[in-house]
Ligand binder design. Structure first.
Ligand code: CP
Length: 362
């Protein structure tokens, strides 16, 4: 059956490809009457990105503002990544992360060498990750790696002398995902750059288990940087201890008020931002959820609440929400290209290749 979304009478040329269903906040709102501090961004030059622990709020804001600028200006004609080669090495499946990293590079005229499936490397013959890392030094200027083993980054970095970007390591972290998450949130509500009045602070809900799910782990860590604008975080998880010791200590240090529940309906009507993920990653499959963890058109969301999801989704997030103003998840996925461009320009120090008339750098 042909989907009712297929509209043969409508030419795709008439439609902006980035105008997806749901909210599409204008990136210029994030940089209006503001300047980008490129001195802060230059701290990233030559650096690897492994964990959200490397970031402070100032750096997150400057990366997101730079991404907003890249989203709103036409800069490809100045070929910012010309002559640079990025290696994308994916030892675990991905739709968004690999393609958005590669799109980010190609749209800035860099080149890509891609390993879309780790089994095509010498690993299939028993080669070690540290030897593979040694080879990357000669073949590219930066490597983006995803691996199903949490410890893989340490092994690959053993011999690596070029910057590495962690694109998701097992149950560890996914730091550039949380930059894309907060980029979407800040485009939606630019006031979060400043300190809000107590009455305007957000109630943030996280559906998932930060202690064992990398996207929610990194999202929680980054959200703690915005603690002065968050009145409470509610974690909805099947686990009695969804954080684990290290994250629990981090939350305590931040002074954040956290409650834990196992039914989204306990808190959903008060949530301003809902971050959800498939609840449990089991190797190559996901454990499906019962109705206590799902959002659909019957869920009593606050009128102006927004939903984020790093995707892929199963049935925890009903497509009925796609066409509503609660949907920030498509913007979240699309904006990842510009976050990743901002990272590459910063890490590879190509600020001087940006068009000076569009992006004046002092
Ligand atoms: N958000 C995310 O990590 O998606 P993929 O698994 O498709 O890369």
């Amino acid at each position: 059956m042909v989907s009712d979304k297929f509209r043969p009478e409508e030419s795709t040329l008439d439609r902006d490809p980035l105008e997806s269903e749901g909210l599409n906040p204008d990136p210029e709102r994030l940089i209006k009457e503001d300047t980008i501090n490129f001195e802060v961004l230059k701290k990233l030059t030559g650096q690897s990105v492994l964990s959200v622990n490397q970031f402070d709020k100032e750096l997150v804001l400057e990366i997101c503002k730079f991404a907003a600028l890249l989203e709103s200006k036409e800069i490809a004609q100045s070929h910012p990544l010309d002559g640079k080669i990025v290696i994308t090495a994916f030892f675990e499946a991905s739709t968004r992360t690999r393609l958005s990293f590669e799109s980010a590079v190609l749209r800035l005229d860099g080149k890509i060498i891609s390993i879309p499936e780790g089994g095509t490397t010498g690993q299939a013959k028993g080669e070690s990750l540290s030897d593979i890392g040694e080879m990357f030094n000669a073949y590219g200027d930066c490597v983006v790696i995803r691996h199903k083993d949490t410890s893989a980054l340490g092994e690959i970095m053993h011999n690596l002398r070029i910057p590495l970007i962690n694109a998701g390591n097992g149950t560890g972290e996914h730091p550039t995902q949380s930059l894309a998450d907060w980029f979407a949130i800040l485009k939606w509500k630019p006031e979060l750059k400043e300190t809000l009045n107590a009455a305007d602070r957000m109630h943030l809900g996280i559906l998932g288990t930060p202690g064992s799910m990398r996207a929610v782990n990194s999202f929680l860590r980054m959200s703690l940087l915005f603690n002065q604008n968050i009145k409470q975080i509610s974690i909805v998880s099947e686990m009695a201890d969804p954080l684990g010791e290290e994250l629990t200590n981090k939350v305590k240090e931040s002074g954040m008020d956290i409650i834990i529940t196992n039914d989204v309906n306990d808190v959903v009507s008060d949530l301003d931002i809902i971050y959800m993920n498939s609840i449990a990653f089991l190797g190559d499959s996901y454990k499906s959820l019962d109705s206590r963890f799902k959002l659909d058109e019957k869920t009593k969301l606050k009128d102006d609440a927004v939903v984020l999801h790093p995707l892929a989704r199963l049935d925890e997030l009903d497509p009925m929400l796609d066409g509503t103003h609660h949907n920030l998840y498509f913007t979240q996925a699309h904006g990842a290209v510009f976050i990743r461009q901002a990272l590459f320009v910063s890490i590879l120090n190509r600020f001087n290749r940006l068009p000076k008339e569009e992006i004046p750098i002092k």
